[in-house]
Design a protein around this ligand. Sequence first.
Ligand code: ASP
Length: 311
Amino acid sequence: MRNIAIAIHGGAGTITEATLTAAQDKAYRAALKEAVEAGHQVLAGGGTALEAVEHAVTNLEDSPLFNAGKGAVFTKEGKHEMDAAIMCGKTLEAGAVAGVRSIRNPIKLARTVLEHSDHVLLSGYGAEEFARTYQLAFESEEYFFNSFRYKQWAEVRDSNIFLLDHTKKIDEKFGTVGAVAVDMNGDIAAATSTGGMTNKNYNRIGDSPLIGAGTYANNATCAISCTGHGEFFMRAVVAHDVSCLMAYKGYTLQQACDEVVMQKLVKLGGEGGLIAVSAAGDIALPFNTEGMYRAFKKNNDAAQVGIYKEM
Ligand code: ASP
C-alpha cells in the first residue's frame, strides 16, 4: 500500500520556550494535533489529498489561536483581510482568494474557485460576490475580534510598522496556517490561509495566495505551504523554487527545501519556513526562525507535533 501522510503548520517566527507559557504551549499542541488528526482521518477514509488539506486548514481557521479565519490579524484600518490558496498536484488546478473580508473560511472559498471558476485568483469584492453565489458562510466583525490581536495592532497602528505575526516586537506568536498531504493514490495537494501581517496596508496581498510563492503542488515533485515574511517569499518564489530544484536538478525533497529556506531565503533576509510532502510520502518541515508551529502524521504512526527546534 502507498504511504498516506499529512503535514500542517500554524506559522513560523520568534517562538521559543521562553516566549510561550506552559498553558499556551499546551493549547497550541492540542490545536495542531486536532487539525492534523482531522486531515489524516480524511486520507485514512480514502479521501483525496485536496479534501484533506482543505479540511485541516478549515479546522485551523476556526481556531482563534492562529492568524487565519477567526484569528486573523488587523490591517492598518483596523479590519481583517484574508488570503488563501489551494492547489491539486495531480491536475495542477488551483484556486485562490486575496483580500477577502468577512468570509468564515477563506480556504473553502479558494476551493470553490478551484472547482467552479475559470480563474485562479479572485480578490476583494469579486471574491466575496463569488462566495455569495456559492452560499459560503459570512461572519460579522465581532466574530473576527480578538482582544490580543487588537492589542497587537494598537501598539503599531499609528506607525508605518507592519508586523509578521511572530516577530520579536510582540510577545505572543500566532500564525498563518497551511497543510500539505499525499493520499492513497499518490496524489498530493497544498493549502495555505492567512490574515497576513498586523498593520499591513489595506489591500496588501502576501505570498500565501500566490501560486508558486506561498503555495504550490505538483505530483511530479512536491506540495508546499509557506509561512513567513511574504514579501521575501514572493521575491524568492519559494514554493515553486523548491519544486524546480527537484524537477531540474534531481534534488531530494529535503535538499531542495534546505537550499531554498536555509540558504536562499536567509541570504535575502527572509524569515520563515514551509511544510512539504512528496508523492512518495517524504516530509520536510524546514524553518530559519526560532520556531514553527507544525505537526505531521504518516500512515498509522502517531502524530508528531513540534513548536521549537525539537524535532
Ligand atoms: N506569509 C504571510 C504573509 O506575508 C504571513 C505569515 O506567514 O504569517 O502574508
